[in-house]
Design a protein around this ligand. Structure first.
Ligand code: SF4
Length: 99
C-alpha cells in the first residue's frame, strides 16, 4: 500500500516569488487619518500579505507595496477606514509568478 505524502504550502515563499512594480507617485490604497483601532485590527487579520501592522507600542502602519490586489481590505473596511481603494495604474502592481 502506497502512502501519499501531504502537500505542504509555504505562503511566504509563494508570495516572495511575485514581482511588484510599486507606484511611488500614487498609492492605490489609502486609509483615513488616525484610523479606528478596531477597524484596523480587522485589516491586520484579513490581509493575506500582512501589510497592516501594529507595533508593540500600539502604533499602526500600512504599506501598499507588496499588495496582492485581492480587495479583501476594501470589502472589510471601505466606508470606515479605507478611504481609497483602486486598481494600480497599468504596468504597476503585482505580477503573479507561479512556480
Ligand atoms: Fe492586503 Fe489584499 Fe488589501 Fe492588498 S488588497 S492590502 S493584499 S487585503
Amino acid at each position: 500500500m502506497s502512502r501519499i505524502d501531504p502537500i505542504t504550502v509555504n505562503v511566504d515563499e509563494l508570495i516572495a516569488v511575485n514581482k511588484y512594480e510599486v507606484d511611488e507617485e500614487n498609492a492605490h490604497i489609502e486609509l483615513t487619518d488616525e484610523p479606528d483601532m478596531e477597524e484596523f485590527k480587522k485589516l491586520v487579520r484579513v490581509c493575506p500579505a500582512a501589510l497592516y501592522k501594529i507595533a508593540d507600542d500600539g502604533t499602526t502602519s500600512f504599506d501598499y507595496a507588496g499588495c496582492l490586489e485581492c480587495g479583501t481590505c476594501r470589502i472589510a473596511c471601505e466606508g470606515t477606514i479605507v478611504r481609497k481603494w483602486e486598481m494600480p495604474s497599468p504596468t504597476m502592481g503585482v505580477e503573479y509568478r507561479f512556480g
